[in-house]
Each structure stands twice: as C-alpha cells, then as structure tokens.
Design a protein around this ligand. Structure first.
Ligand code: IMP
Length: 429
C-alpha cells in the first residue's frame, strides 16, 4: 500500500452511492479525524458491522471506530433535527460520543422550510431533478444568496430571530403563491429545530484550525465527500446535480484548510454504474438487465429507498473524475455483484449524435441523451469473490477487469471491496 500522507480525501467518481461509507469505514481505522466537507442529509452511508447495519446521513462513518473525532465542516448544510436523531440513535446503540463530534460554527443550518421548499419546487417544476427532498438546493440557495443562518448565529438569539423571521416570510409568500402548507405548521417546526440550538452549539468548533492543528501534530485526517463527481454543481450533469461541489477541491474550502495540505485523493468507483434521480445515464442497461443488476447489487437508495438505475462501467466519466479530482488512487467497490455475469461491458468512449467519437465527458448535458457508448466486452469470472482478501485470491478474469478499469481511468487501484462487511476488502499493492 503506497504511503498516502497525512491528509486524504475520499471522493465519489460516478453519480454517488459508490460505497464511500465502506471505504471511509476501512480507512478510518488508521486516522484520527474524519471530516465531512459538503452536502447534508441527502447522503446515506450504509455500514455493516457484524450483524448490525448503520445508515448514516450526516455524521461521518468514522464514528463507528472508537476514539475517532468526527467533524462536519463549514461546507455542509446541517439539518439539526435529522442530525440529533442520528446522534441519539448512535448513543442508544452504545456508541460513546463524548468529545467525538464537532460541528463547524460556519456551517449553514438547514431548517424545516428548506425541506418544504425543496418538495414544492420539485412538485411544481417543469424540469424535475428528482431530489432527495431533504432541502439541499434551497439551503445552498440561501447560502449563496447570503440569506442563510449559520451555526454561530445560534449564539445570538436576536440576530437568529431576525434572520429566521425574514426567511419564514419569504418562504410563506412562496408557499401561499403555489398554495401549499400552512404558516402555523411551519412556525412550530422551526421552533422545534431551533430548540436544539443550544445542544448544537456545545459541539461547535472551528474545523480549519482544528484540522491544521492535528496535521501539525503529526495526526492523520480523512476528508469524506458525499454524492459523486457527476453530481457536482459545476462539473456534473447540470442541472441534474446536487447543489454543492462534490469534487476533491471542495474538501479544502468545505473544511477551512488550504489545498496544499491535502496529500492524496482516493476516488471511489463502483465496478458498474448506478444513478438515482433524473438526468442522463449514458451506459444504462436494457430494462431486463437493469432489473437483474438492481437485484444483484441491492440498488435501492439509502436515503429515499428509490430504485437506482444501473449501467455498465463508464470509463469516460471515471477518467473525467480522475482529472477533476486529481486522483492519486482508486477504490473499486461491489466487484462481487458481477460474480455471476457471463460477460461484462466497459464503455471506453461516446459516439456523439454527429457521428464523431469522444473520450472526454461532454459539457452539454442534453447531448448525453443522444450519445452511443462504445463498449469493450470482457469475459466474466463466474466465481465467488466475497472471500478474497488478496489480489491473488481473485479469478484471473476479475483481475483483468480491474486492470482495465485502472488503465482506462488512469489511477492505480488501491482497494477492492468484495462485499458489505468490513472484512470484505482487498488492499492492493
Ligand atoms: P439533492 O441533493 O437532494 O438536491 O438531489 C439532487 C440530485 O442528486 C438528485 O438526482 C438526487 O437523486 C441526487 N443525490 C443527492 N444525494 C445523493 C446521494 O447521496 N447518492 C446518490 N444520489 C444523490
């Protein structure tokens, strides 16, 4: 295993749901701090430990390792109610959280009206995004519109009241305009959320100095991304994206450290592709195969339970992800899901509607629905990989498949995951 240095970013390189939670869980063993840098409760990480399954939406999966400190950076939009539900559920399951969770004082609060706005906007949109309904777009909209409320504001009741009242009026006007919800309900839910403010402030920290302090003392840090590169607000399939920068550079701005403090970036890719929500999926499978792959991979959203669309591995998007994230390594997940398939396809390029061929990911999202992926066919291995713990334990065809992914993506494979359990992982190299 190459030395990754002290500060590592974990980033999704497809449309989210790549299995980042599992990889973070494995790497967390070796670090002192795990920090989330963007997104909110739209993420859902499922981690299986023994017979226990944990689904985490906001708290980094490093929390399942004793003694690790877990941070939510300034780039996160924090849904206070959902956060404490998760926090209390961990306490109930016997996880010691004393001094282990820190929340940036600069993080934006995601308040109940953001969730209401998200749902009504989707209901009334002509071009639906298929959001998770967690209020992410409206919360980031308030942030860039400089109307947001931050964790630090909780310490000043008057300022907080003023900002929340203004937001409430705005939201109410919008809701009445489209005829949804009632003022009374909204007031009560906002009050319930803000009642948790004091508890949240107790966890308040300045993530930048905290992380830099740890690095300067020789400790190790993992910066955990949510969603994936193709859902990045700038680099993804806009407008069918989430409302934050999911890519590795956001790990610096979203926690408050400089980019030169990051030593390595591990891109997580599933051994095939999935997408949930609206928007193009160039390597989508035919309906029968799609259904089959969904069953094999258990491809249903951890946050919304929605079925994910499935596709073949798309090296056009992963090569693009390698470049935009500056990947130093790859973690390939869910290889075992392909165990029974007689042959596999890998997309190496796209034929555009005008007949030309490109190996780079097009900026024009709409053109993606008219493209034809060019595939390479590789033989399957038709053997179980779940018990493999070293690269040599894998069937030759599985190794050839990984070699080709590495070649086409342009980053070395460092980890291969062959099942949901913690021990089902192969360190490479
Ligand atoms: P939002 O982030 O809820 O606004 O949703 C915007 C788009 O991102 C939708 O297509 C969602 O399905 C997708 N999305 C958001 N979070 C995740 C995730 O954690 N995994 C996969 N897709 C996601």
């Amino acid at each position: 295993m190459p030395d990754r240095g002290a500060c590592t970013v974990i980033v999704g390189c497809q449309w989210g749901d790549e299995g980042k939670g599992k990889i973070v869980d494995v790497l967390a063993e070796d670090v002192d701090i795990v920090a989330r840098y963007q997104g909110g409760a739209n993420a859902g990480h499922t981690v299986t430990i023994g017979e226990n399954e944990f689904i985490l939406h906001q708290i980094p999966s490093g929390i399942l390792h004793q003694g690790k400190r877990c941070l939510l950076g300034n780039g996160v939009v924090l849904d206070v109610q959902q956060f404490f539900q998760e926090y209390d559920a961990l306490l109930e399951r016997g996880i010691n959280l004393e001094g282990r969770v820190g929340v940036s004082l600069r993080a934006q609060l995601l308040l109940p009206y953001h969730r209401v706005l998200d749902r009504v906007s989707e209901e009334h949109a002509t071009e639906k995004i298929g959001t998770t309904g967690k209020g992410i777009g409206p919360a980031y909209g308030d942030k860039v519109g400089r109307r947001g409320v931050r964790v630090a504001d909780l310490s000043n009741p008057e300022r907080l009241q003023q900002r929340v009242s203004e937001a409430q009026e705005r939201v109410q006007a919008r809701i009445s305009q489209i005829g949804a919800g009632s003022a009374h309900e909204l007031e009560k839910t906002i009050k319930d959320a803000l009642d948790l403010g004091e508890r949240l402030l107790e966890l308040g920290t300045d993530t930048g100095p905290e992380i830099m302090g740890a690095l300067n003392e020789g400790r190790k840090v993992l910066l955990e991304g949510a969603q994936g590169t193709a859902l990045d607000l700038d680099h993804g399939t806009y407008p069918f994206v989430t409302s934050s920068n999911t890519t590795a550079a956001a790990a610096a701005t979203g926690t408050g450290i400089g980019p030169t403090s990051i030593d390595s970036v591990i891109g997580v890719v599933k051994a095939y592709t999935t997408r949930v929500g609206e928007g193009p999926l160039p390597t989508a499978l035919n309906p029968e195969m799609d259904e089959h792959m969904r069953e094999l991979g258990g491809e249903f959203g951890a946050t919304t339970g929605r079925p994910r669309r499935c596709g073949w591995f798309d090296s056009v998007i992963t090569r693009f992800a390698a470049q935009v994230n500056g990947l130093t390594g790859l973690a390939v997940t869910k290889l075992d899901v392909l165990d029974t398939l007689p042959e596999l396809q890998l997309a190496t390029a796209y034929r555009l509607p005008d007949g030309s061929v490109t190996a780079t990911f097009p900026a024009d999202t709409w053109s993606l629905s008219g493209i034809e992926p060019l595939y390479e066919t590789l033989p399957g291995w038709q053997a179980s990989t779940g018990e493999a713990r070293r690269l040599e334990d894998l069937p030759p065809n599985a190794r050839a498949y990984l070699d080709r992914i590495e070649e086409l993506t342009g980053a070395p494979v460092e980890w291969v995951s062959v099942g949901t359990r913690r021990r089902q992982i192969i360190p490479v190299g």
